[in-house]
Design a protein around this ligand. Structure first.
Ligand code: ADP
Length: 196
C-alpha cells in the first residue's frame, strides 16, 4: 500500500524547495504543475477547447502560449475558472494514472492549489508549507523580482495560507533556515514511515 502525501502551500512559501528535498530522499513526486505544462504543450483536445474559449492566439506552433493565456486569466476569476474547467479533468486523469502505477511506499502529490481543487480527497494526508505573510511577501519579491504591490496582488489572489495550515495534517514551518526546513522534512519522513 502506498501512502499518498499531498504537498501544498502558498506562493513562495517553500513548496518547491520541500518537493526537491523529498526527491533528494528518494521519494517519488507527482508534480501537478509539470503535468499541467505538459498537457498545455501536447494535448490537442485541450488546446482546441482553450482556443474556443480564449481565441486562436492562445496556441502557437502547436503549443499553448502560456504568457498569452496568463494575461487573459490574471485578475479575471471567471476566465480562470473556465481555464481550470478545461484543463482540470485532463490533469486529474494523468495524476490518477501516475498514482495507479506508483510503486513506492510513499509518494508525494505536489499540487499548488490542492485544497482549492479538492485534491485532498485523493491523499492519505496533506502537508502544508507555511510562512507568515511578511516573510512570504519578502521571499516572493526577491524570487520573482517584483514590487511589493505585485507581490501582494499575487498573494491576495490565493486562498489564505493560515486557513490551509489549519486544515493540514502536517505543517512544515518554513520560517527558519533551509537547514531547519530540511530537518522537518526528514522528521516527517520518519513519522510517515512509522505510519505504514
Ligand atoms: P514555492 O514553491 O512555495 O513557490 P519556493 O520553494 O520557490 O516556494 O521558495 C520561495 C523562495 O524562498 C525561493 O527563492 C527559495 O529559494 C526561498 N526559500 C525557501 N525556503 C527558504 C528558507 N528556509 N530560507 C530562505 N529562503 C528560502
Amino acid at each position: 500500500m502506498t501512502y499518498f502525501l499531498g504537498l501544498t502551500g502558498g506562493i513562495a512559501s517553500g513548496k518547491s524547495t520541500v518537493s526537491a528535498l523529498f526527491k533528494e530522499q528518494g521519494v517519488p513526486v507527482i508534480d501537478a504543475d509539470q503535468i499541467a505544462h505538459q498537457i498545455l504543450a501536447t494535448n490537442q483536445a485541450v488546446q482546441a477547447q482553450l482556443q474556443a474559449a480564449f481565441g486562436v492566439a492562445v496556441v502557437k506552433n502547436g503549443q499553448v502560449d502560456r504568457p498569452v493565456l496568463a494575461q487573459q486569466v490574471f485578475g479575471n476569476p471567471e476566465a480562470l475558472a473556465q481555464l481550470n474547467a478545461i484543463t482540470g479533468p485532463a490533469i486529474l486523469t494523468v495524476i490518477k494514472h501516475q498514482m495507479q502505477i506508483a510503486a513506492a511506499p510513499l509518494v508525494v502529490l505536489d499540487v499548488p492549489l490542492l485544497y482549492e481543487q479538492h485534491y485532498e480527497q485523493f491523499c492519505d494526508g496533506v502537508a502544508v508549507v507555511y510562512v507568515e505573510r511578511a516573510m512570504q511577501l519578502k521571499r516572493l519579491m526577491a524570487r520573482n523580482q517584483i514590487t511589493v504591490e505585485q507581490a501582494n496582488a499575487r498573494i491576495d489572489s490565493q486562498c489564505d495560507l493560515a486557513a490551509k495550515k489549519a486544515r493540514a495534517d502536517f505543517v512544515i514551518d518554513n520560517q527558519g533556515t533551509p537547514a531547519m526546513l530540511r530537518q522537518q522534512v526528514l522528521e516527517l519522513l520518519q513519522q510517515l514511515c512509522h505510519k505504514k
